[in-house]
Ligand binder design. Structure first.
Ligand code: ADP
Ligand code: ZN
Length: 511
């Protein structure tokens, strides 16, 4: 199969590509290297997974995070794609089996930690199979200028050189600085790559900044208006994380903490509770989030101002990855500036380099902090514009979806939320049947429980709402629903059709 639209429909159940995806995919298929900057949630996985499915050979995806690999592989397998991961969580036996399967060409897509590439057994597998594409996820890890330098990333290019036939190499990151981009291209030795920065705008995200008298009072108010929603609260310190977790859980909120001072097993446990929707809210330091691919996060609240816009956008961008309306709220107080200045000073003490270099570095970070303060205290300029300009994009306000453009009060949150919309293909709004939606949600929960996967891995909220609006009663009609690929139809189609049929019969009997 080579038509990329066919692949998109068959496996993912989507009918069109998002901005930038198709160009990246075409370039990869034409054999050209790619260096792509895409914001969190823009849909980079599809950019290497669709070519992976179109190519004859195998695709290797280098990824720094175990949880990310596991999520991705689970999703791929649920879509009927042969995928596996090779990392340190596998026992030697499992590793041997997976490597043997890989050697026998069982997998189409293999996720590997960068350290894995350096092992003899992996090299042996890779040298004896056709590797069509090597995708490097979170490629900024290759740069010492990035925020997550991983030394083993710098060995990727020597791995490539050891292969009998050079695959297409495609690098992806959400970090947009020039220095990092240059490092990626040079370090990975990309061959005149197609470089692209897809639009950083995430239209489904609302941005708000507030300066309330009591941050915790603001939180209480917000949470009481947003019960049942899943969200992340970021704090700058572990102390605040502990404090909020204790206070809010004693008030009955479904909330758990996450920070680097906790044991690995506690962190893993709390993270899973959140991902599986058994806990609605996670309150965390910046240690939380990289590699969390939870699509239905409805809000990200920053209890403190982060150190720069890049970090802010990365964390806020974890809201609304499914494209549904979601809120990113920053609570500002003057003291946040001092805390961040202190952090910048302290970090510079640990850095290498000459005195002058360190001073330059500090100055650079203080400038970025200043832009973050401008964002946090903006009363005239659209917040979306501030973010997009920071990433080098033009934007012409009003955006209609930020606290500045909506003329909201700086002290409290009292927005009238837009109605949740579902649209059909032509953009015509559809009204979801709330009672049917409830039943479909229950069905999804029981299917997820039986399969031991989170609800969103069965079907996304968006797909459920479209079902509740269109009430398909046959498999043919199901293929029209966004997010219902072939494998999902095979697995769950009948169950949902039955739920809808039962519902309609019950409605008739009520008359
Ligand atoms: P990231 O760029 O952060 O890695 P993902 O690849 O996880 O983002 O994609 C984010 C979400 O967007 C996923 O739920 C994915 O299924 C969805 N998505 C990606 N491309 C499309 C598309 N063309 N149409 C509809 N949804 C898409
Ligand atoms: Zn705006």
């Amino acid at each position: 199969m080579s038509d990329i639209y066919e692949i998109l429909k068959k496996y993912y159940g989507y009918s069109s590509f998002r901005k930038g995806q198709e160009e990246i995919i075409q370039n990869i298929l034409n054999g050209r290297d790619v260096a792509a900057v895409m914001p969190t949630g823009a849909g980079k996985s599809i950019c290497y997974q669709v070519p992976a499915l179109a190519f004859d050979g195998i695709t290797i995806v280098v990824s720094p995070l175990i949880s990310l690999m596991q999520d991705q592989v689970r999703t791929l397998v649920s879509m009927g794609i042969r995928a596996a991961y090779l990392n340190s969580t596998l026992t030697p036996r499992q590793m041997a089996l997976a490597t043997q399967n890989a050697r026998n060409g069982v997998y189409k897509i293999i996720y590997a930690a960068p350290e894995r590439l350096e092992t003899d057994s992996f090299l042996d597998f890779a040298a004896n199979n056709k590797i069509s594409l090597l995708a490097v996820d979170e490629a900024h890890c290759i740069s010492q200028w990035g925020h997550d330098f991983r030394p083993s990333y710098t060995n990727i290019s020597s791995f490539i050189e050891k292969l009998p036939e050079r695959p297409v190499v495609a690098a992806f990151t959400a970090t947009a600085t020039e220095q990092v981009k240059k490092d990626i291209i040079r370090n990975l030795k990309l061959h005149s790559p197609y470089t692209t920065t897809t639009g950083f705008d995430r239209q489904n995200l609302y941005f708000g900044t507030f300066d309330p008298d009591s941050k915790i009072g603001f939180l209480r108010n917000y949470l009481s208006q947003n019960e049942e929603k899943s969200g992340i609260i970021y704090c700058n310190t572990r102390r605040d994380v502990e404090m909020l977790a204790l206070t809010l859980s004693s008030e009955g909120y479904s909330i758990l903490p996450y920070h680097a001072g906790m044991s690995d097993s506690d962190r893993q446990h709390n993270q899973n509770e959140f991902i599986y929707d058994r806990t609605k809210i996670i309150v965390a330091t910046s240690a939380f989030g990289m590699g969390i691919d939870k699509p239905n996060v409805r809000f990200v609240i920053h209890f403190n101002m982060p150190i720069n816009i890049e970090e802010y956008y990365q964390q806020a961008g974890r809201a609304g990855r499914d494209g549904e309306p979601s809120e990113c709220i920053l609570l500002y107080h003057g003291t946040d500036v001092y805390t961040n200045k202190f952090i910048i000073q302290k970090n510079s003490d640990n850095e290498i380099g000459t005195y002058e270099e360190r001073q330059r570095q500090i100055q650079h970070q203080l400038n970025n902090l200043k832009l973050m303060v401008f964002y946090s205290t903006s009363t005239e300029i659209c917040l979306r514009k501030r973010i997009l300009n920071y990433f080098g994009e033009n934007f012409y306000p009003p955006c209609g979806n930020c606290s500045v453009c909506n003329h909201e009060s700086r002290s409290h949150f009292s927005r009238i939320r837009p109605l949740i919309k579902v649209q059909d293909r032509s953009g015509k709004p559809l009204i979801a049947d709330e009672a049917l939606l409830e039943r479909l949600k229950k069905k999804r929960s029981s299917l997820a429980l039986a399969a031991g996967i989170p609800g969103f891995a069965v079907l996304s909220d968006k797909t459920l709402r479209e079902l509740a609006a269109r009430s398909p009663l046959s498999v043919v009609e199901l293929t029209e629903i966004s997010g219902f690929g072939e494998s999902k139809i095979r697995r769950y189609g009948q169950a949902f059709i039955e739920t809808i049929t039962d519902y309609q019969n019950d409605c008739k009997n009520d008359f």
